[in-house]
Design a protein around this ligand. Structure first.
Ligand SMILES: CCCCCCCCCCCCCCCC(=O)SCCNC(=O)CCNC(=O)[C@H](O)C(C)(C)COP(=O)(O)OP(=O)(O)OC[C@H]1O[C@@H](n2cnc3c(N)ncnc32)[C@H](O)[C@@H]1OP(=O)(O)O
Length: 147
């Protein structure tokens, strides 16, 4: 390697935007734009499904969300895309990064650097999940939810 060359950085896993939500009248705030509570509910649900698929356990709970800044909004009839990517597999937790963006304007609506879910046992206590990396298959879907 030449002295002025930087070592290659490990590739960051790409964020996938699987979910699209149509902004309905009931999702609006008094300003006539997307109600933040609706968006956070969609993100929490999406993160729960993502965590279940990654950790192979239907019993996961939201533990922590880092700072949230709404940088733009959406209006009635817009489509909001929600993206997630796992950034850290802990012992009992999974940390994800989330982004919501407006499909029509391509503008980011918000990003959340850390959304932490905890894997629970049958008694509701944190339990080791045993995973260290992202699956792109459906191989960890809990047996109770497999066809
Ligand atoms: C395909 C199949 C579909 C199936 C079908 C789908 C249905 C899809 C339905 C979706 C539906 C929506 C579902 C939404 C999910 C809720 O809305 S859950 C409701 C809101 N959340 C709660 O009620 C949780 C309340 N909190 C608790 O019960 C306890 O705090 C917990 C979670 C049991 C953890 O207890 P604790 O004493 O903090 O445990 P502790 O061992 O200290 O920490 C556990 C882990 O959390 C981490 N942690 C603790 N504190 C923090 C913190 N402040 N920040 C970051 N990490 C932390 C620790 O570092 C540790 O991680 P690891 O190092 O082990 O990896």
């Amino acid at each position: 390697m030449q002295p002025d060359q930087q070592p290659a950085q490990p590739a960051q896993p790409e964020m996938n935007f699987y979910t699209r939500k149509w902004v309905r009248p009931e999702d609006l705030n008094a300003n006539g734009t997307l109600f933040g509570g609706s968006l956070l509910r969609w993100i929490d649900e999406e993160a729960a499904v993502y965590a279940i698929i990654q950790l192979g356990n239907g019993r996961v709970v939201t533990k922590y969300m880092s700072e949230i800044e709404f940088v733009s909004s959406a209006k009635e009839g817009d489509i909001v895309e929600i993206g997630l990517v796992a950034t850290r597999f802990g012992r009992t937790s999974l940390t994800m990064r989330a982004e919501a963006r407006n499909l029509f304007t391509h503008r980011s609506i918000l990003t959340i650097d850390e959304v932490v879910f905890v894997n629970l046992d049958d008694d509701g206590n944190p339990a080791p999940h045993g995973y260290t990396d992202i699956t792109y298959a459906r191989d960890r879907v809990p047996a109770t939810h497999r066809a």
